[in-house]
Design a protein around this ligand. Structure first.
Ligand SMILES: [Zn+2]
Length: 268
C-alpha cells in the first residue's frame, strides 16, 4: 500500500496537469458512472492529499474521494487517450484546447463523489498528516503516549498519524530503539515527539525523492552520488541482518502487517 508521500506526490503531479481545466469524468467500467456524471465537464479546482486519501475539489461544489488501498493504480497518458480497457473505474480527461491529458484509475478501495460534508467526516477520523502545514503534532503525541496498544500498532493507525505505512513504521521504531510491541504508555513524551518529527522528515524526503530511503548514506558506506538500491535503502524493513549490530532481523505481526525489527537494538 502506498505511504503518504506517494499520495501527496500524486496530488502535486496530477494537480499540475489537471487543476484549473474542465475535465471529462467517466467510468468505462461502470461502477463509478453515476458519481462521474455529476461532475463530468466541471473544472477541477484542486487535488488535496490527506494521509492516504485524495480529494478532488470540483467547481460544482462536490468533492471526489479516492483511496487507493492495496491495489489502486493511476496511469497518466499525454496526448491521444489509450483504449479504455479492463476494470477502468475512473477516467479523467482534459476537455480544453491545452495539451491533452488522460488519467486512468484502476482498482481503488474507494472512488466516490459527494457533498463536502463527506470529506469532512473522513478527515475528522484521521490523525494529523505530517506532510500538511495544518498538522497538529500534539494530537499524535498525546494519542501515542496515552494508549496501551503497541507502538507498532499506533504508528500504522491512520487516526493517530495519517500517512505512515509499513515501511516507515519499522524504520521509525528501529531508529528509536523501540520494540514494535512496546505499549504506547511505555513511550516517553520525548520519544513520541521525536517519532513525530522523524515521520515529518521521512515523509518529506520520500515526497521529494519519490521513493523511500531511510538509511544514512555514510552509515551504510554508500558512495556519494550513487543511487542507493532498494534493498539497501532501509535499516530493518525486508532486511535479513541488522546494519548496525549484525544481529538477525526478526519479524512480528502487529496490526495484521509484518513488522521487521532488530532484537538487539530494539530490546523492549
Ligand atoms: Zn541491530
Amino acid at each position: 500500500m502506498p505511504e503518504g508521500h506517494t499520495i501527496h506526490r500524486i496530488a502535486r503531479d496530477h494537480g499540475r496537469l489537471l487543476v484549473g481545466r474542465p475535465i471529462r469524468v467517466s467510468s468505462p467500467q461502470g461502477r463509478f458512472a453515476a458519481d462521474a456524471e455529476r461532475v463530468d465537464g466541471a473544472t477541477l479546482d484542486r487535488i488535496e492529499a490527506y494521509g492516504k486519501h485524495l480529494f478532488y475539489w470540483w467547481s460544482t461544489g462536490e468533492i471526489g474521494h479516492v483511496h487507493l488501498g492495496l491495489f489502486g493504480k493511476y496511469r497518466v497518458t499525454m496526448g491521444e487517450p489509450p483504449e479504455p480497457k479492463g476494470a477502468l473505474r475512473m477516467r479523467l480527461q482534459t476537455a480544453d484546447d491545452g495539451d491533452p491529458v488522460t488519467i486512468d484509475l484502476r482498482g481503488p478501495t474507494a472512488c466516490t463523489v459527494a457533498p463536502p460534508d463527506e470529506r469532512a467526516a473522513i478527515v475528522e477520523r484521521l490523525g494529523p498528516d505530517p506532510l500538511r502545514r495544518d498538522a497538529d503534532p500534539e494530537r499524535a503525541i498525546t494519542r501515542l503516549t496515552r494508549s496501551r496498544r503497541a507502538a507498532g500498532d499506533l504508528l500504522l493507525d491512520q487516526s493517530v498519524i495519517a500517512g505512515l505505512g509499513n515501511i516507515y513504521r519499522a524504520e521509525i521504531l528501529f531508529l528509536h530503539g523501540i520494540h514494535p510491541q512496546r505499549p504506547g504508555t511505555k513511550c516517553t513524551g520525548d520519544e513520541a515527539t521525536s517519532m513525530w518529527d522523524m515521520s515529518v522528515d521521512m515523509l518529506r524526503a520520500g515526497l521529494k525523492a519519490n521513493r523511500i530511503v531511510t538509511v544514512d548514506r555514510d552509515e551504510i558506506g554508500w558512495p556519494r552520488g550513487r543511487r542507493i538500491p532498494r534493498d539497501e535503502a532501509t535499516y530493518v524493513y525486508q532486511r535479513d541482518v541488522c546494519v548496525r549490530c549484525g544481529d538477525g532481523i526478526r519479524t512480528v505481526d502487529v496490526a495484521n502487517r509484518t513488522c521487521y525489527y532488530c532484537p538487539t537494538d530494539q530490546p523492549g
